[in-house]
Design a protein around this ligand. Structure first.
Ligand code: CP3
Length: 353
């Protein structure tokens, strides 16, 4: 195995000493980069880009060519899993994701099968291997999945939603059905993440984008419990090294204490929670990842530097912080502002270690 030249990100996740705070950006390979838009045009569409391991590798590396990021993230999407479960994923231009066959009835749930990642999702696994080889040990590669609850939200709604009427309707009216669906989805996510680790992912992250729309008791029963089920089934070591696990519930600030008990190594934090409060809630049991408001990148490089300084001060001294945005970078951000963000983290964080 090629030695890892920069392991700052893995060390911070495991709360081992580092010289500076490592940084990456959610959605770092994406539409704000003109070179991404060019490769996507070459591929034909977003899904064709995801299904072409060479091109998926090319876009994964693009942000690393521009900025000295401390991690790469697999270029793919969380919705590849429900697609492999037979739902028929498609992206309508400018409209976000849709499924041809949403899951609404007992018969729909019964039909759902747990996919074999090396079969229906082989294109993702080939992308992982290709990217890991191309990285040549530069920085670690992050694999990822959606949380069972977040995937079920898209599967039941059939697209993005404002009101969550179908998924919450099922949750309150037929909790038994939703539990069956979440269990199948959790099994799919577990084997999908383990297959990514077997192919070379060096850390894994679960995106629970929609856990934060739930009441606390419902969050514990329908989102957190299934993330815990996934974590309990994960491969935690590869090549003699621990594979850190990051859990991110958007808008989940009030549950960070519970989330820290799942056996994860780190928690993603969005900008609605102060890192000092988050650190108190988790009591240094796990590392924290976040949490600059992505819209800060619309401001001037001087403002961005100041905002980075405030987030660093809020976390305070010591390891256990991975700098990130609190959610994905938006498509209309000036890439020079992303550069200012990364540079500020590297420069200003040394004083904290
Ligand atoms: O972070 C990265 O660079 C890795 C790639 C990645 C993508 N999606 C690429 C993508 C990751 C980790 C995701 C996760 C994802 N996908 C989530 C969880 C994180 C979050 O944002 O909350 C969710 C909910 C999805 C589902 C999804 N995929 C939506 C709602 C959309 C459309 C929204 C939009 O921004 O237009 C996508 C499409 C998508 N996934 C794009 C990218 C780069 C844009 C597609 C394009 O190129 O047109």
């Amino acid at each position: 195995m090629t030695p890892l030249l920069n392991d700052t990100f893995l060390r911070a996740l495991l709360r081992q000493p580092v010289d500076y705070t490592p940084v990456w950006m959610m959605r770092q390979a994406g539409r704000y980069l003109p070179e991404y838009r060019a490769t996507r045009a070459k591929a034909g569409s977003f899904m064709e880009l995801c299904k072409n391991p060479e091109l998926a590798c090319e876009v994964t590396l693009q942000p690393l060519e521009r900025f000295p990021l401390d991690a790469a993230i697999l270029f793919s999407d969380i919705l590849t899993v429900p697609d492999a479960m037979g739902l028929g994923l498609y992206f309508a231009e400018g409209e976000g994701p849709h499924f041809e066959r949403p899951v609404r009835t007992a018969a729909d749930v019964a039909k759902i099968a747990v996919p074999d990642p090396e079969d229906e999702l082989k294109y993702v696994m080939d992308a992982v291997s290709t990217i890991r080889t191309a990285l040549a040990g530069r920085v670690p590669l992050i694999g990822f999945s959606g949380s069972p609850w977040t995937l079920a939200t898209y599967m039941v709604e059939g697209s993005g939603t404002k009101n969550f009427s179908h998924i919450k309707g099922m949750m309150f009216d037929r909790p038994d059905l939703l539990h069956t669906l979440l269990d199948k989805t959790a099994q799919s996510v577990t084997s999908y993440l383990n297959a990514q680790v077997a192919r070379g992912a060096q850390a894994v992250m679960i995106f629970d984008t929609w856990g934060g729309v739930l009441a606390p008791a419902n969050y514990r029963e329908f989102s957190l419990a299934y993330m815990q089920q996934v974590i309990e089934g994960l491969t935690r070591e590869a090549d003699g090294r621990k594979v850190p696990m990051i859990l991110f519930t958007k808008n989940g600030g009030q549950w960070l204490g519970d989330m820290a008990n799942t056996g994860c190594d780190a928690l993603g934090v969005d900008w609605t929670t102060d890192l000092a409060d988050a650190r108190r809630m988790v009591d240094d049991r796990v590392a924290l990842q976040g949490n600059l408001d992505p819209c800060s990148l619309y401001a001037s490089p001087e403002y961005i530097r100041d905002a980075v300084a405030k987030v660093l001060a809020s976390y305070g001294h010591g390891t256990g912080h991975v700098f990130n945005l609190g959610h994905g970078i938006t498509p209309d951000v000036n890439p020079d502002h992303a550069a200012a963000f990364v540079a500020a983290v590297h420069e200003l964080s040394r004083a904290y270690h």
